[in-house]
Design a protein around this ligand. Sequence first.
Ligand SMILES: [Fe+2]
Length: 136
Amino acid sequence: MSSTNDPFHAVNDLLAGISAKVIVVDFHAEATSEKVAMGWHLDGRVTAVLGTHTHVPTADQRILPNGTAYQTDVGMSGPYDSVIGVQKEMVLHKFLTGMPSKFEAAKGNPKMCAVLVTCDPLTGRASAIQRIMLGE
Ligand SMILES: [Fe+2]
C-alpha cells in the first residue's frame, strides 16, 4: 500500500520529518472508529490527536497510556439552534420531503467548542485534556 493512500501511513511519513516535541494532530474525518484507531496509532508519538468534522463534541477525552491527549471530536463553534450549523427548517424540509433544499447557516445559540491540553514542552507528552464548550 502506498503511503499516500491512507492517513495511517501518511502520518508516519510526516512525523519522520518533524523534530518538534509538541505536535497536535487535527484528524478531520467522519468515522469515529478511524479516529480512535489514529489515537492509538500515534499514542506517545504526538502531544494530541483531536478529531474534527462531525460538529458534535464527544465526551471521550483522555490521556492515552503513552502520553497523547485524545478526543474523538472537538465539536463545532457556531449556532446550536441548528442541525450542525444549518438552519433546522431547511434540513427538516429535505428529510421530510426528500427534495433538495438550500442550506444556509443558522444564527441562534452560538457556542464555541474547544479543548485545553496541558503538556510538557520538553517531551511533548500530555498530562491533561479538558473538554470546553463556551455559551453565549
Ligand atoms: Fe468537515
